[in-house]
Design a protein around this ligand. Sequence first.
Ligand code: ADP
Ligand code: MG
Length: 339
Amino acid sequence: MGEFELIRRFFTRPTPKAVVGVGDDCAVLQVAPGMQMAISTDMLVAGRHFFHDVDPRSLGHKALAVNLSDLAACGARPMAFTLALALPEANPAWLQAFSEGLWALADSHGCELVGGDTTQGPLTINITVFGEVPASQPGPTGQPGTQALLRSGARVGDDIYVSGHLGDARLALEERLGHIELPPEVRAAVSRRLDWPTPRIALGLALRAVASAAADISDGLVGDLGHILDQSGVGATINASLAIELIASKSYFTRAEAQFDQYNSEQLMRRCVFSGGDDYELVFTASPHRRSAVLAASAAAATPVTRIGQIERAPGLRLIDANAQPMTNTFASFDHFAN
Ligand code: ADP
Ligand code: MG
């Protein structure tokens, strides 16, 4: 199977919304009047972001999901994506499963594959997504405004929320790395969270006129909330015990103390919740006046949200326990070049 046969067979489908899709030198997308294009790209490298023997169907899903998650964090509606693939070999069974995982998620968000690049090389997947978001009034100096949710919009006094559950994907990773053992039912549940993340598109759209700032949690709550704080020039206190309640496998931790040799269960649970990446939930801020609007957005998107803290003037992120006592914050987020 040659390069063009591969593209035709696995990655070419009608693109009713795009003006030009796969097959020409460029794809062409129509941006509606008053709308702007939100663009994000994410690369997944074998051995770095996933294990070589990962289920190709889940890999196809996840490669697109992590990109859609960035659109969700901006409150953008997915339109289209491109797929750049480096493959060690053209294995039809692998490509079939990979593309099925990819198409299923793409279809569920009406996101069309409009182009890409295909080359032989160490397995690497790079997807770029294009989403649309409404413009807003130009700023005082005439620069274009946007309704996209940005990291820079958090204000002192805002509430801090997270969507869904945190930490379970990291728990699955700890088990895959051989650090811990999990009972089969827990392993199955947390593995789904690691391999089949759900991009919070509906929530991002519903929060567009409600949240003041947002980010998706790909590298851990502490790190990703930290980006909001840095870019907004503010600090925060979060209630660590409330955040820990969000780990879905919590009941497992409370009954499994004896199983860990490297960590005690409390430490492991905190590490999963605060520095566990790969959850692809949203962390966002909103004015306390918008609490009912946040709940309405959560209900409209059928995605639970939990208020875990407050934005403050003093820079830095502080963690407090259930008795409002300070906890040490030593939770580093993931950094590919940290040493
Ligand atoms: P060019 O040489 O002009 O970059 P290519 O010959 O690499 O174009 O690709 C031919 C067409 O197939 C282009 O429209 C390109 O966008 C598309 N394409 C290549 N690889 C993929 C892929 N993995 N998925 C979807 N479209 C692809
Ligand atoms: Mg090319």
